[in-house]
Design a protein around this ligand. Structure first.
Ligand code: NI
Length: 258
């Protein structure tokens, strides 16, 4: 059975067949799904999905590109919501300098990333971190607030093996998805081959980032076997082992998952 650690089934691209798709997951080998909020509306939908399906858990959080959704009132709502039994993490939170180059916006991203990390610490929940084009600032910030005391995963990892090892030293997991199957993903293939398997999680980030041979189409957790197979080939082990160990890893991290 596969543990899907990062999906966005609240996305409108699933509006036409969400229920049918989600109802078929377990019989097709997807045991557990963590649905991850990225803006306020998506986080509210995430809570509803987690309440509607036994095997779906939620993460509440605001993505760095959506921090205009955040204020003290929303923060307080997130705090209350994070105490619900089906909410297993704070995320996705972090820094994204790919779209935002403005220094003022970057400062604001860092402020709300910090606040949401502290929320996770206070509520005893793990974090799901998004970091794009912000390697140095993300690491500095996580180290600066003693991130080693807050368990978490660096999702859709896109940096070097050396950077992955820095996070692993702090106890973090590294989320690997469809990109690892792309021919030109040399750095990520190296990370997937060399990092301890005990620190890797499987994820899709669906509806985005479909693996080969489905690249370009809408992604779903049903494509995770392609990701597991690629990691297995890179490491010279069986696909079953990758699926079993990453499942154990996710259950260690997301402690509220039953
Ligand atoms: Ni995501």
């Amino acid at each position: 059975m596969i543990f899907e650690s990062h999906a966005h089934y609240d996305d409108e691209r699933f509006d036409s067949d969400r229920e049918k798709l989600l109802s078929s997951m377990q019989e097709q080998g997807i045991e557990t799904i963590v649905n991850v909020g990225s803006d306020l509306k998506g986080t509210q939908k995430t809570v509803a999905l987690a309440n509607a399906y036994d095997f779906i858990y939620g993460a509440v959080g605001i993505h760095p590109s959506n921090i205009s959704d955040l204020n003290e009132e929303v923060y307080e709502w997130m705090q209350q919501t994070s105490r619900l039994p089906k909410i297993a993490a704070i995320g996705e939170i972090g820094l994204d300098y790919y779209w935002d180059k403005d220094e003022e916006v970057k400062r604001s991203q860092r402020y709300w990333f910090c606040r949401q990390m502290e929320l996770a610490r206070e509520e005893g929940l793990p974090v799901i971190i998004h970091s794009r084009d912000a390697a140095e600032d993300t690491l500095k910030l996580v180290q600066g607030i003693h991130g080693e005391e807050i368990p978490g995963v660096i999702h859709c990892f896109s940096y070097s093996l050396e950077m992955a090892e820095e996070y692993v030293r702090m106890g973090y997991y590294i989320g690997i998805g469809g990109v690892v199957t792309f021919k030109n993903a040399k750095k990520l293939k190296e990370v997937a081959a060399k990092l301890p398997l005990e620190q890797i999680l499987l994820e899709t980030d669906c509806p985005y980032l479909s693996p080969e041979p489905e690249r370009g189409k809408r992604n779903s957790s049903l494509n995770l076997p392609y990701v597991a197979r690629e990691i297995a080939e890179l490491r010279g082990i069986s696909q079953e082992e990758v699926e079993a160990v990453t499942r154990e890893n996710a259950r260690r991290l997301f402690r509220k998952v039953k």
